[in-house]
Design a protein around this ligand. Sequence first.
Ligand code: DOR
Ligand code: ZN
Length: 385
Amino acid sequence: MITRGFRHRASEKYNAVAQLRRYDNKLVSARCTLQSTISQRMNRLTMTLPDDWHTHLRDADALATTVPAATRCFGRCIIMPNLVPPVTSVALALNYRQRILRHQPVNSDWQPLMVLYLTDNTSAAEIRAAHATGLIQAVKYYPAGATTHSAAGVTNLERLDSVFATLQELGMVLQMHGEVTDPDIDIFDREAVFIDRHLTRITERFPALKIVLEHITTHQGVDFVRHSHSKVAATITPQHLLYNRNDMLVGGIRPHLYCLPILKRNRHQEALIDAATSGSHKFFLGTDSAPHAREDKESCCGCAGCYSHHAAIELYAEAFDRAESLHQLEGFASHHGADFYGLSRNPRQIHLTRKSWQVPEKIHYRGTEIVPLAAGETLHWTLES
Ligand code: DOR
Ligand code: ZN
């Protein structure tokens, strides 16, 4: 009897679970239909003004191109400090901010958010002083030699614990270029190895430290951020959502798609699209827009970096539209980053229209030109002015 009663209850439970699964499947398929209907019917998208949590503006005459472009669809941009020499002190950061603001178009309320470049010698006092300004939002970790202008970066991550303790205490954000630089580690594995060797330990040792793993490129990056504590987040670039390494390498090398961390295989691109369009607050927009003159890219030793500020929000809209997830674009582009940094969301809105246009082949830059991301390609969303 006991066995029969148990079996009876077990089969009731099984039926109930099966029923629930059927409802769930129906719900999922109804949601999919709804989403694709929205995306097919939606011809205009209104959203909170986005922010860019990872931007390279460069300096001097480059600012005449980069600053106006940064203001076209962003309320705020995090300005990367990898100048030559790098922005390693409060004084350098505030001076750089002034040079940037001189190029801000009239009537623009755009704001540059400054960042301190971490070196082996960055002191706790400098970080406290940076925090006290209210104008410097984060410090940036570059492994020495990892990428453009990173020679002055950190040589030994293990020695930074006192810096991390200070950041944690202040609630200040640590932005990480998450790659190891050991010559024996394959360039396509550098992010995954960084996570295993360093990031796991840092997040365990500093459970309240706000960390942004910048420009993630792998499913290991996505999984790590998803499963870490709530203070660990990531930015995702438009190039890593729209392209994979085949786009860069098959049928000839396309140097304008070369950036660091380098584009990975298709499977990783899919994981990134999944993360960006998931609605998770841990993933947000960071273009890593990084201009290099054409001749510096089309060279026997070309620079890393893709310029995307000519069409930043349109490029993300393209990626989200292809994934039938336009309804998730606003959270990713305009809410999650501000919430993570503890800043208010922008009060203004922007509008995008479903209207095709062709990306220019080149853009004027410092007396020469840049080949922008998606040059010559057709995009299907247009920012209304
Ligand atoms: O591709 C990149 N370009 N990655 C970086 O981390 C730096 C950037 C640049 O400054 O050009
Ligand atoms: Zn960058």
